[in-house]
Design a protein around this ligand. Structure first.
Ligand SMILES: Nc1ncnc2c1ncn2[C@@H]1O[C@H](COP(=O)(O)OP(=O)(O)OP(=O)(O)O)[C@@H](O)[C@H]1O
Ligand SMILES: [Mg+2]
Length: 319
């Protein structure tokens, strides 16, 4: 059962010019839900996150809506939108260093950020920070606060960025490839922290990743994107263990295993020009494509139990 949505995206189209780079994107993020977005490079995952966050002036919303706790963001004056988004939404970056100034102590940066949110309370600052650090398993609060980001590992930096999100009382964390710059053991640790953050604080998360194993571990639900559109959406186990769309199946089949056999992989690459109005974008690479696919209109069909797909690969055509 879907919890009450905190963020609702409906029919969203956004692009860097007149042409949409992401199109027809609809989903609702439940409170405390972890929603993962997967797909190959260039499919529009970061563009979608940027459109939601509204922090990229070069990206324009061309249609559809984004509602945060029922408030429409796309029609809001810029300053108000920025204020609301920074109050409610935090971002964990791919490059952990980019969230902080590397040569300024965490303490100074925490205080500045809290002040800019009107949330700095000098008397309780330390105890609040300690509480947030505790929730993320960060020990030695005083020492960390005195340190500068350049002295910390990437994984540590990301956990400190998450602690700041907790301090700010943000309700949604957006993370773009949060583990891709980290080595395998730190990746796992980071994934555990993200899950813990949700479990202890109920922060909802939208996580963009190439890593299907990470999406399986973290995701309550997963959206698979191709050429700027969501082609499959459902609970993590539905999408990963009963995939319906031929693209999702190809992605899963392309995962290398440890038995030494290399998978056949998925030849070709996705189009980089955004979705066209008609025809399935995956058609040229699809093993099941038929004539109908070249002209089919995009629609996500309900395949049952909250599992949606733009195609089920049956009869060489759209669902
Ligand atoms: N600032 C920009 N101006 C113009 N085009 C852009 C800009 N940023 C991204 N694009 C284009 O938008 C498309 C989608 O890019 P996006 O970064 O959203 O993909 P992605 O799914 O996040 O890929 P990756 O997995 O490599 O991060 C690409 O074709 C890209 O070249
Ligand atoms: Mg990206």
């Amino acid at each position: 059962m879907m919890k009450e949505p905190i963020l609702t995206v409906a029919g969203l189209c956004a692009g860097y010019g007149e042409k949409p780079m992401v199109s027809d994107v609809s989903f609702a993020l439940g409170q405390g839900e972890i929603f993962c977005i997967v797909g190959e490079s260039g499919c529009g995952k970061s563009t979608l996150l940027k459109a939601i966050l509204g922090a990229a002036p070069e990206l324009r919303v061309l249609g559809g809506s984004i509602a945060l706790r029922g408030e429409e963001l796309t029609a809001m004056p810029e300053a108000r939108r920025r204020k609301l988004c920074t109050e409610k939404m935090g971002m964990v970056f791919q490059n952990p260093g980019s969230a902080f100034n590397p040569i300024r102590s965490y303490k100074k940066q925490f205080i500045e950020t809290l002040k800019s949110h009107g949330a700095y309370r000098p008397n309780s600052f330390l105890s609040q920070v300690r509480e947030a650090f505790d929730k993320l398993g960060l020990e030695d609060c005083q020492r960390i606060l005195q340190s500068c980001p350049y002295e910390m590992s990437g994984g540590m930096n990301q956990r400190i960025a998450m602690a700041l999100a907790l301090l700010l009382g943000q309700e949604i964390l957006l993370a773009d490839e949060p583990t891709s710059a980290l080595d395998a053991t730190v990746q796992m640790q980071m994934a555990r922290e993200l899950r813990r953050l949700r479990d202890v604080s109920g922060i909802a998360q939208i996580i963009v990743t190439h890593n299907l194993a990470l999406a399986e571990y973290l995701g309550d639900r997963i959206a698979v994107m191709y050429a700027g559109r969501v082609v499959e959406l459902g609970k993590a186990d539905q999408v990963l263990f009963s995939p319906r769309h031929p693209y999702t199946k190809s992605l899963i089949e392309a995962i290398p295993s440890l038995d030494g056999k290399m998978p056949a992989g998925l030849p070709g690459s996705p189009p980089m020009t955004g979705p066209e109005p008609r025809g399935c974008e995956f058609c040229p690479r699809c093993p099941r494509a038929g004539q109908a696919c070249k002209t089919a209109a995009y629609a996500l069909a309900d395949t049952g139990g909250g599992h949606f797909a733009a195609c089920t690969g049956e009869k060489g055509g759209a669902a």
